[in-house]
Design a binder for this molecule. Structure first.
Ligand code: NAD
Ligand code: FES
Length: 296
């Protein structure tokens, strides 16, 4: 069992928990995810890691209530426990493998949208701890839905907050801030990391392609079981079939077919849609389980 040490709700429908999971905390890196299960029969829920403490042996998760399992999870309190807390899974962010001296030469821009701020935070924190201060744009629908502001402020080089309705700091979407920084303030970036809703990542990528900024996105939103078995997270990246939970979750955003991924995400929600996808995709329907040949 994995004990919850702290449980809070930083915004409506958003929950944050510190979980005692020393083995995951010891080896996890930014960009990776865990799969949590409340009880024996519970659904497997993949969640990106928001923070970790190797000393305390804790991992912080953030989730939004989107269905029955996350609703059930939202009622857990400090002292309760998860049945399973499997991880770290997925590939870490590419930059953790780059020599610090090379990274220090790069100007990195992070774009975080809504709950996507949670997986951006450990990346910015890791860079800060390694002497690299990145610029960070955080977008939220309104002030009440903004999360991790203080935490992000402590680790970002420059933090730009924008709200869709203008209830706090700048008004407008994250894409408007990118344009403003690059076109009006003359900022130059070598790489952009965009994590948030699919529609945000799509529009950030369209813009950064135009601006000539290579962009990495996290395709966590299309994951269902996180094991390479269900076939839900299938994507086309650079014309090739990939599975977010096995090959990602991070990919070159300019090579991801977002329209197909969003359409597929909708189809996957119904039984009829899933049957249709299986029929259309045949043997390649599944991910990298290694048993069905779908990963060949
Ligand atoms: P949201 O709808 O409030 O959007 C957050 C911000 O994204 C907005 O404030 C805006 O600045 C920007 N945005 C939205 N649509 C845009 C557009 N068309 N063009 C430009 N910018 C746009 O976000 P939310 O409700 O917190 O997001 C929930 C979604 O985030 C869920 O679908 C979840 O799957 C996803 N999510 C993604 C990840 C990931 O790893 N990519 C992680 C956690 C959550
Ligand atoms: Fe099921 Fe990737 S989430 S195959």
């Amino acid at each position: 069992m994995y004990k919850i040490l702290k449980a809070e709700s930083p915004a409506e429908n958003i929950f944050m928990m510190d979980v005692e999971a020393p083995r995951v905390a010891k080896t996890c890196l930014p960009g990776q995810f865990v799969i949590v299960k409340m009880d024996e029969k519970g659904e497997r829920v993949p969640l990106t890691i928001c923070d970790y403490s190797r000393e305390k042996g804790t991992v912080t998760i953030v989730f939004q209530v989107v269905g029955a399992s996350t609703d059930k999870m939202s009622h857990l309190k400090a002292g309760d426990a998860f049945r399973d807390f499997t991880g770290p899974l997925g590939q870490p962010s590419e930059f953790v493998h780059e020599p610090a001296e090379e990274l220090k030469k790069k100007k990195i821009l992070f774009v975080a949208g809504g709950v996507g701020t949670a997986p951006v935070y450990p990346q910015v924190k890791w860079l800060h701890e390694n002497g690299i201060d990145a610029d960070v744009i955080v977008g939220a629908k309104n002030h009440e839905l903004l999360i991790l502001e203080k935490e992000m402020e402590a680790v970002a080089g420059n933090l730009y907050i924008t709200t869709d309705d203008g209830s706090y700091k700048r008004k407008g979407m994250v894409t408007e801030v990118i344009k403003d920084l690059v076109q009006n303030e003359g900022k130059k970036y070598d790489v952009c990391v965009a994590i948030g809703p699919m529609i945000m990542m799509k529009f950030v990528c369209l813009l950064t392609k135009e601006l000539g900024i290579p962009t990495i996105v996290s395709m966590n939103p299309v994951m269902v079981d996180g094991t390479g078995m269900c076939g839900a997270c299938r994507l086309t990246v650079d014309g090739k079939v990939k599975f977010a939970c096995v090959d990602g979750p991070e990919f070159d955003g300019h090579a991801v077919n977002f329209d197909e991924a969003m359409k597929r995400q909708q189809l996957y929600k119904t039984q009829e849609g899933r049957a249709m996808l299986k029929l259309k995709e045949g043997d390649t329907h599944h991910g990298g389980c290694g048993n069905c040949g779908g990963d060949q």
